[in-house]
Every structure is written in structure tokens, then in C-alpha cells.
Design a protein around this ligand. Structure first.
Ligand code: GDD
Ligand code: MG
Length: 361
């Protein structure tokens, strides 16, 4: 049903990524290294592969980091602009602000939350939008816990009945997957100059006024990388080829090693672990389904499971790290135990045996 040459993309990357602190203290969430490249690289590679050429990134938090990495987008085969907001405009305000930077040639705008790893067929979402003559079409997925998302019930024809953002009693497990197609006029009607939530204001307002919102339900791979557990899983899925991407800087396998990473002969890597540049893993250590960022050093007989070890961090011998986040440059001594939800803020030093507990911190 026609191509995507009159469809432009807006990618929202202005959020603070607060659930991923301390990793997002210095790096915005879409720029965190995931399977060796900033997350936004995986998303942009999928947008380009679908045939979209024109992209505007709506930035707010740490806006400068995006433009210095992405430039004009030509390395992705895209024509890309980063448009910083004067103040955070929310998701709806961010869409409007970014879309104002687009030329008149585009009559459809495809919007992406910048933290979603997904295998959805973008062309199929646009096809459904056109077939339904919709004002907006939303990619929807089914999840075990819909309370953390926008709940979106639809009727038999796929028409959206309601939009309930993070509701305690969701009437269905079908949720907003954070990817939309809008008719351009619908975006042009979003107010300017103030913060607007697309989820709490734009979608409910459109429904109240009788607009046609269509749901495109799909069951391909989908993950919001907003929490440490999801971030680690998304990285591991990319490395193992479970999550789709064409931006992986190496072959699909049980582990991805970037330039200069070294592991002792008796160490093992598994379950989609990534070792960043110049990482060192010592004798007898096991790194399972984890992300070890550039320059980190892991001692001997260490076990790291489903965790993130920040850039330049040091983990002492015999230490166990499970489901934890170790911030940039943290030094953890020998014989420590970091478990379930522990997060260590950048720069902290833990002496040998200085931390042994389970539970949140
Ligand atoms: N430009 C800009 N300005 N972007 C923003 C702003 C802003 O003020 N606030 C948030 N964003 C971006 C974030 O960077 C992210 O890419 C996207 O908007 C969504 O924000 P999140 O903070 O990740 O929202 P969420 O995950 O809690 O919920 C959203 O996504 C769910 C799917 O993962 C909602 O759209 C839910 O309805 C949806 O189910
Ligand atoms: Mg999110």
C-alpha cells in the first residue's frame, strides 16, 4: 500500500531515564551502550530499514549528547535533525515541537518512544493506518502487567475505545507500545508553548472529539528498556539475536566482546553478555547475561549475573553481583555480595568484604 517516502519519523528522547539511575546520571537512556552501540542506533537502523528517510529527534535532557553522536544522520542513511526543547514539553508537546522542524512534504508522522526495542513491522502499522483512514494509529502489545503502561482497549474492528495511562484497574492487557502514526494535521493541532502529555491529554481528547484512533496489535518482540532489569534483558536479547537489529557490532552469539576486551582462559561468558572496550575479566570468573561497560575490570572468581557494571568500575576477587547496577568508576572490594536491586552510585568505594546483603538499597 504505497511506500514511506511521505512519512517522516519523530523520535522522543527527552526523558530523564530516572528509573535507570545512576546509569542515566551522565548518559541519556537512548544513548546507553546496548549490545555495543548506543540504543538509539538500533532504533534508527530499524527506521531506515523500513524505508523512512527523514527523522527529527525531540531532545531535552542532555540534548547535546545526541547531536554529537548522530550528526546529520547520514551514517544511518537518514536525514536527521536533533531539535532541543527550550524546556521539557512532555511527550505530546515534544511531538509537536519536533514536527514543526519538518518540511511540508510529509503528510504522515511516525512517532517513536526512544526506549523501545521492537520487531514490529513498521510498514504494516502504516498500512493499517491508511486502510482505516485513521487520524492516528497506535502499535499495541499484550503484556503481563498492563498497570505500568497505557492501557488501550479496542473494538472488533481495531478501533480504540479508550486510552488509560498507567491505570490501577486495566480493563485489558493490551497496551500502548510507544509507536504511532499520525495524520500531520492531528499533530499540528497539539498546543504549542506548554507541556502536553500525548497519553494523558492528546489521545483522550481526540477520543472525546470522536476522532478515529486505530490499534495495530502485534506479537513480535517488544521491550521497554526503562528499568535496569529490562535494560539488561534487552542487551542480552540483542547479543543473542532474540531482539531484532541490524546494528550489532559483531556476530550474534552467547557473548559480544568489543575491541580490547580480554578474558582469562578459565573465565566464562554466557547468556548474551556484552564486554565493552578494554574490559578485563580474571581467572575463574563467570559473567552471565550482563553488561560490562568500557574499561571495567572484573577480578578472579567473580560471578556477575543479570547486572550492569558501569564504565571503569572495578570488581574485586570472589565478589558476587546479582541483579545489581554498579555505577561509573565504582570500586567494589574482594569478597562482597551485591544482590537484587542494589545500585551503587558513581565513584563509591566499597572495601574488601564491606557489603554483604540482599534487598534494595
Ligand atoms: N522530547 C521529549 N520531551 N521526550 C520526552 C519527554 C519530554 O518532555 N518526556 C518523556 N520523553 C520521552 C522519553 O525519552 C521516552 O523515549 C518516551 O518519551 C516515553 O517516556 P517514558 O518515560 O519512557 O514513558 P513510559 O515508559 O513510562 O510510558 C510510555 O511508554 C509506554 C510504552 O513503553 C507511555 O507512552 C505509555 O503509554 C506506554 O505504554
Ligand atoms: Mg519507557
Amino acid at each position: 500500500m504505497g511506500g514511506l517516502d511521505r512519512t517522516a519519523a519523530v523520535v522522543l528522547v527527552g526523558g530523564q531515564g530516572s528509573r535507570l539511575r545512576p546509569l542515566t546520571a551522565s548518559t541519556p537512556k537512548p544513548m546507553l551502550p546496548t549490545a555495543g552501540v548506543p540504543f538509539i542506533g538500533h532504533l534508527l537502523s530499524r527506521i531506515a530499514a523500513a524505508g523512512i528517510r527523514r527523522v527529527v529527534l525531540g531532545t531535552s535532557y542532555r540534548a547535546e549528547v545526541f547531536s554529537s553522536y548522530l550528526g546529520d544522520g547520514s551514517s544511518f542513511g537518514l536525514q536527521l535533525d536533533c531539535v532541543p526543547e527550550p524546556e521539557p514539553l512532555g511527550t505530546g508537546g515534544g511531538i509537536r515541537h519536533a514536527a514543526d522542524a519538518l518540511e511540508d512534504d510529509y503528510d504522515e508522522i511516525m512517532v517513536f518512544n526512544g526506549d523501545i526495542l521492537s520487531g514490529v513491522d513498521l510498514g504494516a502499522v502504516v498500512d493499517e493506518h491508511r486502510a482505516a483512514s485513521a487520524d492516528a494509529t497506535l502499535h499495541l502489545v499484550r503484556v503481563p502487567d498492563p498497570t505500568a503502561f497505557g492501557c488501550v482497549p479496542t473494538d472488533d474492528s481495531g478501533r480504540v475505545e479508550r486510552f488509560l495511562e498507567k491505570t490501577l484497574n486495566p480493563p485489558t492487557d493490551q497496551v500502548n507500545a510507544g509507536c504511532y502514526v499520525f495524520r500531520r494535521e492531528v499533530v499540528n493541532a497539539i498546543p504549542t508553548g506548554r507541556a502536553v502529555s500525548v497519553e494523558r491529554e492528546t489521545f483522550p481528547g481526540l477520543l472525546d472529539r470522536g476522532a478515529r484512533l486505530q490499534g495495530h496489535v502485534e506479537s513480535s518482540y517488544w521491550l521497554d528498556l526503562g528499568t535496569p532489569a529490562a535494560f539488561v534483558r534487552g542487551c542480552a536479547d540483542l547479543v543473542q539475536g532474540i531482539a531484532p537489529t541490524s546494528a550489532l557490532p559483531g556476530p550474534v552469539g552467547t557473548a559480544l566482546l568489543l575491541e580490547g576486551a580480554k578474558i582469562a582462559g578459565s573465565a566464562s561468558l554466557s547468556d548474551g553478555t556484552t564486554l565493552g572496550r578494554e574490559v578485563v575479566v580474571g581467572d575463574g570468573s563467570r559473567v552471565i547475561g550482563s553488561v560490562v561497560m568500557d574499561g571495567a575490570r572484573i577480578g578472579d572468581n567473580v560471578t556477575v549475573t543479570r547486572s550492569v557494571i558501569g564504565p571503569g568500575a572495578v570488581i574485586g576477587d570472589e565478589t558476587v553481583v546479582n541483579d545489581a547496577v554498579v555505577g561509573d568508576g565504582v570500586s567494589v572490594g574482594a569478597g562482597c555480595e551485591l544482590r537484587e536491586g542494589v545500585r551503587l552510585w558513581p565513584g563509591i568505594t566499597i572495601p574488601d568484604g564491606g557489603l554483604r546483603f540482599s534487598g534494595s538499597a
